[in-house]
Design a protein around this ligand. Structure first.
Ligand code: KE4
Length: 427
């Protein structure tokens, strides 16, 4: 056994599945997860000392690359003053002011410690503000592991949602309806039938948890229109897309204003941080101002806030997103050309600094089309690239991420590895 295998055997003795988050276990792609010992810029190293060009980036947060010197310095400086106080700090005000200044829909914002916590709180807030129980989500969208969101589609558009996880009470899941992503007509039908019962619609404005699926023209606008018409709240879950698809996040990119937004990942720069916020009249329902309770021992943690502020201030620099988007586009166009030159049904697309890879003739626009992509082919591609020092997300149903630290050398090395893989491709 090599070191990764040894560590995986040892890890499984005390940690469920040997991992602290399921996707890390490589169960979707098979094989042994790489135990990472360090990261630097666009690279990570595993327990065998193998170096990889990293396109996971901790699932999105590491937009500057690993161990960015300014972020590390900010965290070190904060740590020397103490790790946590359970009391307000000026840095939390600075981060809240920064977020409200750069996300026009944010009038008030509350910091939490994860994307799940941000979404869970936003859902409770939407229910508390509207006095309604019913929430709408979309098949293939993931919003963290709060009970109300671990729900899959019922038998029909108007039927109750069913739990997608053991331990979620059917009595709770029935308050969640699961619709098809990009099905604007289906949204209009549900609102026509029970719009007066709907507390909120929550959506990934660019889906990144069923691989990357872009919003169809008009889809987000339809959600906005229907929510406004029926007094439901529109929640953009920007945990992944926030400051990733564009500096203005997805709401800025597509010009649709949600009532509430959730953030995570990039805003914490790799440290535990999430946030939810939006219209003042809604956010003022949150304790201690209003009746919707929400709390957290480590909310607004000084080290997370330091990492977040250092990250956000750097990505605000002129040209940052133009460069990041161009780099990501070079990657996806290069991969597509190399595969199609070999007649392999493969395509890829990117939006800002996130991308999707598909073994299919064209990028999927619906959950069903994602499911029709060749998962086995992806898994073979994943391992062939891993063996050549390129670490993509270990699942055909995840998006990938480029950082500012990925230079021309890394993109070229990735394309060279892919050229070799595609040249020896066995369908
Ligand atoms: P966390 O609780 O994992 O910080 O955030 C949950 C979450 C909420 N909303 C969206 C749109 C998300 O993508 C996520 C988390 N994303 C996954 C990646 N598919 C995190 C990776 C993992 O679960 O280990």
């Amino acid at each position: 056994m090599n070191r990764n295998e040894e560590l995986f055997v040892r890890a499984q003795k005390t940690i469920p599945g040997g991992v602290n988050s399921p996707v890390r276990a490589f169960r979707s792609v098979g094989g042994t997860p790489r135990f990472i010992t360090r990261g630097q810029g666009p690279y990570v190293w595993d327990a065998e000392g193998c170096r990889y060009i990293d396109y996971v980036g901790s699932w999105g947060p590491l937009i500057l690359g690993h161990a960015d010197p300014d972020v590390i310095a900010a965290v070190k400086s904060a740590a020397e003053k103490g790790l946590s106080f359970g009391a307000p700090t000026e840095a939390e005000i600075e981060l809240a002011e920064w977020l409200c200044a750069h996300v026009p829909s944010l009038e008030l914002v509350r910091l939490v410690s994860s994307g799940t916590e941000a979404v869970m709180s936003a859902i409770r807030l939407a229910r508390g503000y509207t006095g309604r129980d019913l929430i709408i989500k979309f098949e293939g969208c993931y919003h963290g592991h709060a009970d109300s969101l671990l729900v899959k589609a019922g038998s029909g558009l108007l039927t109750f949602g069913n739990p997608s996880s053991a331990g979620v009470p059917a009595d709770l899941a029935k308050h969640t309806r699961v619709l098809d992503y990009n099905d604007a007509e289906g949204v209009r039908r549900v609102f026509a039938a029970c719009g007066h019962e709907i507390a909120c619609v929550i959506v990934e404005p660019v889906a990144g948890n069923m691989n990357l699926v872009a919003p169809a023209p008009g889809f987000l606008a339809t959600l906005r229109e229907e929510c406004t018409k029926h007094g439901a709240l529109l929640i953009f879950d920007e945990v992944m897309t926030g400051f990733r698809v564009a500096f203005g996040s997805a709401q800025g990119l597509y010009g649709v204003t949600p009532d509430l937004s959730t953030f995570g990942k990039v805003i914490g720069g790799g440290m535990p941080l999430g946030a939810f916020g939006g219209r003042r009249d809604i956010m003022e329902k949150i304790a201690p101002l209003g009746p919707v309770y929400q709390a957290g021992t480590l909310s607004g943690n000084p080290l997370s806030v330091a990492a977040g502020l250092a990250t956000l201030r750097k990505i605000a620099s002129p040209g940052f997103f133009e460069r990041l988007s161009a780099q990501t586009q070079t990657l996806v166009e290069g991969l597509t050309q190399l595969a199609q030159r070999q007649g392999i049904p493969f395509c890829a697309q990117s939006i800002g600094g996130m991308f999707g890879l598909y073994f299919a003739e064209r990028p999927p626009t619906t959950y069903a089309e994602v499911m029709a992509c060749d998962k086995q082919a992806f898994n073979r591609f994943f391992h062939a690239m891993l063996a050549r020092g390129v670490y993509f997300a270990p699942s055909a149903f995840e998006a990938g991420f480029v950082s500012a630290a990925h230079g021309a050398a890394e993109i070229e090395a990735t394309l060279a590895a892919a050229e070799a893989v595609f040249a020896n491709w066995r369908p």
